[in-house]
Design a protein around this ligand. Structure first.
Ligand SMILES: CC(C)(COP(=O)(O)OP(=O)(O)OC[C@H]1O[C@@H](n2cnc3c(N)ncnc32)[C@H](O)[C@@H]1OP(=O)(O)O)[C@@H](O)C(=O)NCCC(=O)NCCSC(=O)CCCC(=O)O
Length: 289
C-alpha cells in the first residue's frame, strides 16, 4: 500500500488499496504515501521526527496520486522536505516532513501510558461485530450497518478498550482508546517504513472522537482538514500499540483531536493532532451505526 512507483528521483506514484465508503481517498493513505515519498529522498541515517499536512481537495479513488518532492533544506542535523500530492493536475495534499540524525540527550520525559486491559484480553472489531450480529433484537438497518462495517477490509487490526463507547451506543467523553497494529508482518525493517505505516494508522478513527459526546447526531459530512504528527521513539507498527484519541474542543463545524500512540511497554511512540470539518444531522432511527 505504501510501495510507491518511482517515476523520477523526486516524483513518485501511489495507488489505492482500501477506499472508505465515503468514496474519497483515506487521508491516512495520502499522508503515509507522502511520507514515503519524502523519506525516499533523504539518506538512511535520517529519521522522520515530524510532519505537517493540509488536505486541500478530496482524493479521487479512480486515478493514482502523483507525489512531487521538493528538497527544501538539507541541514547538519535536520532535513526538511515539502511534498505535494497531485491528482488531475491539482494538489490534494500539501505536506512538510522533517528528518533528524540520531542525537541522544539527557532531557527525556513523557506522560505515563493509560492503564488499560492488554490486547489478549479484548475482542477485535470483527469479533465484536459478529457478536452484535448474533443479537436477536437487531433492526434490519443496524444489521446492514454492521455487515457494511464487516465488509470494510481496513488494513489495520483493532481492539477497542470500551466497545460500547467506541461504537457510540451512548454519549460519552470525547476520548477513545484502542489497540491497533498493521495487518500482516512487516518485521524489524527500517524505522522509516514503520513511521509511514503509523502515519497511515493515525488517521483511522481519530476524527470520529469528536462525535462521542453526541450520540443523538450522526455525521452528514466529515473530513480532516489538517494533520500533524511527531515521532518520538522506535516502534513496530505491526505490533500492538495503544492509540489514545482525545478531542479537547469542537465548535463552528470543526473539531480538534489529539492522538497518542503508545508501545505496549509504555513508551510514547508518536503523537498527532488533527482538525476536521464535521457537519451533523439528528439520528432519526433506533440504530446509531
Ligand atoms: C475540507 C473541504 C471539503 C473544504 O472545501 P470547501 O470547498 O470549503 O467545502 P465546503 O464548503 O466545506 O463543503 C463541503 C460539503 O459541506 C457542505 N456544506 C458546506 N457548507 C455547509 C453548511 N453551512 N451547511 C450544510 N452543509 C454545508 C457542502 O455542500 C459540501 O457537501 P457535498 O460534498 O456537496 O455533499 C476540502 O478542502 C476537502 O475536501 N479537502 C480534503 C479533505 C479530505 O479528503 N481529508 C482526508 C479524508 S477524510 C479522512 O480520512 C478522515 C476520516 C474520518 C473518519 O471517518 O474517521
Amino acid at each position: 500500500m505504501l510501495d510507491l512507483k518511482m517515476l523520477e528521483v523526486l516524483e513518485l506514484r501511489g495507488t489505492h488499496h482500501w477506499v472508505p465508503s465515503a468514496q474519497r481517498l483515506f487521508g491516512g493513505q495520502i499522508i503515509g504515501q507522502a511520507l514515503v515519498a519524502a523519506a525516499k529522498s533523504v539518506s538512511d541515517n535520517l529519521y522522520a521526527h515530524s510532519l505537517h499536512c493540509y488536505f486541500v481537495r478530496p482524493g479521487d479513488p479512480t486515478v493514482p496520486v502523483l507525489y512531487q518532492v521538493d528538497r527544501t533544506r538539507d541541514g547538519r542535523s535536520f532535513t526538511v522536505r515539502s511534498v505535494k500530492a497531485i491528482q488531475h493536475g491539482q494538489p490534494i495534499l500539501i505536506c512538510q516532513a522533517s528528518f533528524q540524525v540520531l542525537q541522544p540527550s539527557p532531557l527525556q520525559h513523557q506522560f505515563p501510558m493509560p492503564v488499560v486491559p492488554q490486547p489478549e484480553d479484548l475482542l477485535t472489531v470483527e469479533e465484536l461485530i459478529q457478536r452484535y450480529l448474533s443479537q436477536a433484537d437487531l433492526t434490519e438497518s443496524a444489521k446492514q450497518g454492521l455487515n457494511k462495517l464487516l465488509a470494510n477490509e481496513v488494513p489495520i487490526e483493532m481492539k477497542p478498550v470500551s466497545p460500547a463507547h467506541f461504537y457510540r451506543f451512548a454519549s460519552g467523553e470525547p476520548r477513545r482508546l484502542f489497540w491497533a497494529r498493521a495487518r500482516g508482518y512487516i518485521g524489524e525493517g527500517n524505522m522509516k517504513l514503520h513511521c509511514c505505516v503509523a502515519a497511515y494508522v493515525s488517521d483511522y478513527a481519530l476524527l470520529g472522537t469528536v462525535l462521542l459526546p453526541y450520540s443523538k447526531y450522526k455525521a452528514r459530512f466529515i473530513a480532516s482538514l489538517d494533520h500533524a504528527m511527531w515521532f518520538h521513539s522506535t516502534f513496530r507498527s505491526d505490533e500492538w500499540m495503544l492509540y489514545e484519541c482525545v478531542s479537547p474542543w469542537a465548535a463552528s463545524s470543526r473539531g480538534l483531536v489529539e492522538g497518542r500512540l503508545w508501545r505496549r511497554d509504555g513508551v510514547l511512540a508518536a503523537s498527532c493532532s488533527q482538525e476536521g470539518v464535521l457537519r451533523v444531522k439528528p439520528v432519526t432511527e433506533n440504530s446509531k451505526l
